[in-house]
Ligand binder design. Structure first.
Ligand code: FES
Length: 130
């Protein structure tokens, strides 16, 4: 068992979070915290959309469509954009920034792997284990 400080959440064993997957701790910080593995790098987001409080981290991960002319588009940033299931606002998983306005952000947290466990620092909250 990994020792966790009072402001940390043990999310899951790293072995259960391969690239392209996500792991959620329900109840952490009321809404839950989800860790995403993007090509081996870990990012933690609060499962609470800054728009109207939707369960952001349960949304689909989509590429970002870009277009330079009518009737044509391409997709970029495959696997990096999270779409809220309530009203489809899109967020950069790495930063929490909304794509349409960088001033709107989902809450993010520092995350690390310790003794094979994924651990999120949530500052000032009680420990929650999965
Ligand atoms: S609550 Fe997430 S887009 Fe509206």
């Amino acid at each position: 068992m990994t020792a966790a400080a009072s402001d940390e959440v043990v999310v899951c064993p790293m072995a259960e979070l391969p690239p392209g997957e996500r792991c959620e701790v329900r109840g952490a910080l009321t809404y839950g915290v989800t860790v995403f593995n993007l090509d081996g790098e870990l990012y933690a987001l609060l499962n609470h959309c800054p728009h109207r409080g939707g369960p952001l981290c349960r949304g689909r991960i989509r590429p970002h469509p870009v277009s330079d002319r009518v009737g044509y588009w391409e997709f970029e940033r495959e696997g990096e954009i999270l779409r809220c299931p309530f009203h489809n606002w899109e967020f950069d998983i790495r930063t929490g920034e909304a794509l349409y306005d960088e001033k709107v952000r989902a809450r993010t947290f520092p995350v690390e792997v310790r003794d094979g466990q994924v651990v999120v620092r949530v500052r000032g909250r009680r420990q929650v284990t999965r």
